[in-house]
Design a protein around this ligand. Structure first.
Ligand SMILES: [Zn+2]
Length: 164
């Protein structure tokens, strides 16, 4: 994706108020390899329940604020990321929930998906970061994995921004 600065990042969130977006803690962008990213994802170091991702959607940058569950429920936990299909130990994947954009979100509608908790899907898909677990055998190339990640990401963002 194309490089963005901190002000750009705060200006593209589709599912937060402007006030909330202005308080989003943007990470240090020094050394970010934008050309290897399908999205920039990060956690809020001061709030374990908050995560953020910014990607290009329909050719423009879009940001989605996400919430993580505050407690681990007793239900079975999925351990595969829905975006990059990387399999982790259970703490490596979490159900993240996004308020939908606009009126739907203000009325409490959300969209959830299972994501790598480190939000490093782009690096996993490219083989730039090794997951902590042995992966199920897949014969697909990194190019196919990246294309799959992009499709899944686009589908997720579409669900967030879709007009109700
Ligand atoms: Zn992932």
């Amino acid at each position: 994706m194309d490089p963005l600065d901190a002000a750009d990042l705060r200006g593209v969130f589709v599912n937060t108020t402007k006030g909330a977006a202005s308080r989003i803690p943007v990470p240090d962008l020094t050394g970010v390899r934008w050309e290897h990213l399908d999205f920039l994802g990060w956690r809020d170091p001061g709030n374990p329940g908050a995560a953020f991702l910014v990607t290009s959607y329909d050719g423009v940058p879009r940001g989605v604020a996400l919430r993580l569950p505050s407690s681990k429920g007793p239900s079975k936990r999925q351990s595969m990321c829905s975006l990059c299909h990387t399999v982790h130990s259970s703490s490596g994947v979490a159900l993240m929930v996004a308020a939908r954009a606009g009126r739907a979100g203000r009325e409490g509608n959300t969209v959830g998906t299972y994501l790598c908790t480190d939000l490093a899907c782009s690096a996993y898909a490219r083989g730039l970061k090794k997951p902590d677990r042995v992966q199920p055998h897949e014969t697909v190339t990194a190019e196919v994995k990246v294309a799959r990640l992009q499709l899944n990401l686009e589908a997720f963002v579409r669900r967030v921004v879709a007009v109700a």
